[in-house]
Design a protein around this ligand. Sequence first.
Ligand code: ATR
Length: 273
Amino acid sequence: MDVDGKTRLYGIVGKPVSHSLSPAMHNAAFQHCGLNKIYLAFDVEDITGAMAGLRSLGIGGVSVTMPHKQAVIPLLDGIDPVAQRIGAVNTLLIRDGAIRGYNTDWIGAVQALEMIADLSAATVLLLGAGGSARAIGFGLKEKGVQVIVANRTLAKGQALAGELDCECCPLAEIDHLNVDALVNTTSVGMAPNTAATPISQTLLENIPAVMDIIYVPSETRLLREAKEVGCKTVNGMYMLLYQGVAQFELWNDCDAPVEVMREALFSRLGSSS
Ligand code: ATR
């Protein structure tokens, strides 16, 4: 693409960011839509300094990733109410020097899960109680879904369930549950520990839909075993895709080219499933 005096800059702010797939996804989308915009990765330690730079340089918007998703909140001029409840921001929209924070992680997770499950009147078992579980749990609640949290460290699971105003089930008792879908938000099964899985295959037999937020590998042991017993499955690439689609639509006054973004992401991970 041609960069000229009118090119608007977007990017991702985090540390580390050199592995990020977001530049490929967003630049493909900008190019496809004929937008005079580029998206770069910024390896940032000093988030306060970066925020001043974003304001004064007239940058259009950025993605925010670890370790800045919480630290950025006090530095904002405004925040979306759901992002406020989650307590984490992954997207900034900058207009006339004012920075507003959003969270599209939950939108990405909900849209990915909707590919395999009807969420109206659904009950979803959320495995894990970390930052990802928190964003997805609040997102599912936004959708009116009944959430049940299960976590290795029971006290952490109970704390999250308390905030979500939902049930917490000890891991040893999840075989008694009747749920419409399971979402794994733990890192169990992520490369390089691909032989690991967070729950045994026999427990999957009664769960119609299983989502893993892990995307490396594209098919975790959990998803492979879920498919074997007939569950519908979706991997973390779709959460990544749809959180990016929601970012694109915040930054631009047009629909995101979802298929172009999907192709940019999936081609980089050597998977088209
Ligand atoms: P993130 O922000 O990506 O969600 P996190 O905050 O570190 O990451 O949370 C990791 C989650 O994975 C936690 O729920 C953690 O369980 P604990 O609260 O018991 O630590 C879960 N987790 C990580 N490794 C695990 C393992 N080997 N077995 C079970 N759960 C695990």
